[in-house]
Write a new protein. Structure first.
Length: 126
């Protein structure tokens, strides 16, 4: 886990603050999100890498034993079985450091969240 007390200014700095193996995992998560939501903007919120598109889309962060991803689509049967193998709290998924990261699942969830954000923004316009 990063030990620098100064918050990172951007996603590159955040990722670079971790050991090489963790950097590779984070870079792949970042690339997976960018591929699923190419129009999303990168930013830092609450010290975590965050993607926005018509509002917050998804954030991720490194912790002692896991990488957390927020939010997780809630209340959908579509993801119920797919998220079951991972520790989940409210709208958070935890990917343990000693387990493979489910990049395909991340891609599906980001696509779903992007669609929700765009639909919500369209409703607000009307």
């Amino acid at each position: 886990m990063a030990t620098n007390l100064t918050p990172p200014k951007d996603m590159d700095e955040y990722i670079a603050s971790f050991p090489p193996e963790m950097q590779a995992r984070l870079a792949k998560i970042r690339a997976t999100i960018k591929a699923a939501a190419p129009e999303a903007q990168e930013t830092m919120k609450y010290g975590m890498p965050t993607f926005t598109l018509k509002g917050n889309l998804v954030s991720f962060g490194v912790y002692k034993k896991h990488i957390g991803m927020y939010p997780v689509p809630g209340g959908t049967e579509e993801f119920k079985n797919e998220v079951a193998p991972y520790k989940r709290e409210k709208s958070t998924l935890r990917f343990a450091h000693d387990q493979p990261i489910p990049y395909d699942l991340i891609s599906k969830m980001v696509s779903f969240l992007m669609k929700e954000n765009l639909e919500r923004a369209e409703r607000k316009k009307q």
